[in-house]
Design a protein around this ligand. Structure first.
Ligand SMILES: [Zn+2]
Length: 91
């Protein structure tokens, strides 16, 4: 994973794996509109691995910040089936 092109393809594959949806709010976006969110924040030791990265719109990414994702998600959206999508991705 050294060339910028390889990195770009990798990031794209993660977004496409989730059908270009923000995993938090469930909205569909264009590839370029989605960011990749660290499920476990970098500041808490989260790594740059596929299993720690999910597509997120800018708003959710910003709102979530370094909060615990599950807690934040439930407070913001209530219980949703998207929790399971994330859980199966990170485990
Ligand atoms: Zn979102």
């Amino acid at each position: 994973m050294t060339s910028p092109e390889a990195k770009r393809m990798w990031r794209r594959a993660i977004k496409e794996h989730f059908n270009c949806q923000c995993v938090y709010c469930g909205e569909t976006y264009e590839l370029h509109e989605l960011t990749l969110d660290h499920v476990r924040p970098k500041c808490l030791g989260g790594e740059d691995l596929t299993s720690n990265l999910v597509p997120s719109c800018r708003k959710c990414n910003q709102d979530k910040g370094s909060n615990n994702w599950l807690q934040w998600m439930r407070e913001t959206f209530g219980h949703t089936t998207r929790e399971n999508l994330i859980l199966s991705h990170i485990n």
